[in-house]
Design a protein around this ligand. Structure first.
Ligand code: C5P
Length: 221
């Protein structure tokens, strides 16, 4: 049993999508449900950790025994993550919007019979890369996720180097898999040395418990 395996540890988890406003009624988002990130936060709490979950807008309840901070945008998520540090383990399961509208219009954009204005986008901060790159206060164990539709392992290996994290949990989110919004997940753990551990298709709750047990082993070791 993993009970107590993270006693006395501080764990930070991000989860869910972000909403990037276009105007007061419209936003850019993605199909993340938050189920995997929320399950990880719950499993870490069940293992005795003190857990802060920074969540984008989701339709699922806050996990029991976890301090949940709700945010909307990537920039708010970064600020909430920075405010939640220090942590022993940081797990970035959120599907952060890579881009946001360059400006948030103050009033609703009208359809006035003219051609629609192009939507200019700017890049959001990379929260995982920011935290993994901290010169001071970097959590000793930084875990990223990689949702890929093709060449899952290749992309994950590149991502681990680019983001500077210690471990990547890669999953295949091609539509045939039904992972986005679904209850099951097939994941591969890719370590910094390139080694891969592939798990069978499991409920997201079971993926969460196994991941927490795996991370507890790494911080203890
Ligand atoms: O680059 P990509 O979005 O595929 O990377 C996914 C990983 O990076 C996930 O762990 C996600 O939570 C994190 N991420 C982030 N901030 C972003 C983009 C991704 O924390 N702006």
């Amino acid at each position: 049993s993993a009970a107590g395996a993270l006693a006395g540890r501080r764990v930070l988890v991000t989860s869910g999508p972000t909403h990037e406003p276009i105007d007061p009624v419209r936003y850019l988002a993605n199909r993340s449900s938050g189920r995997q990130g929320h399950a990880i936060a719950a499993a870490a709490a069940a293992a005795g950790a003190s857990v802060t979950l920074v969540s984008g807008p989701v339709a699922i309840p806050d996990p029991i025994g976890v301090t949940t901070v709700r945010v909307e945008t990537a920039r708010e998520m970064l600020a909430a993550v920075e405010a939640a540090l220090p942590a022993d383990i940081a797990i970035f399961a959120a599907a952060v919007g890579d881009w946001r509208p360059a400006t948030e219009r103050e009033s609703k954009i009208k359809k006035d019979g003219e051609a629609p204005a192009p939507l200019a986008l700017v890049e959001n901060p990379d929260i995982l890369a920011t935290v993994a790159g901290l010169a001071q206060g970097r959590p000793p164990l930084v875990v990223g996720f990689a949702a890929e539709t093709d060449n899952v392992l290749d992309h994950a290996r590149k991502k681990i180097a680019k983001k500077g994290c210690d471990l990547i949990v890669a999953n295949d989110v091609s539509p045939a898999g039904g992972v986005m919004g679904g209850s099951r997940n097939t994941v591969h753990l890719i370590a910094r040395d390139g080694s891969v551990e592939t798990w069978p298709t499991l409920d997201k709750d079971e993926v969460a418990r196994r991941l927490v047990a795996h991370l507890a082993g790494l911080v203890a070791g």
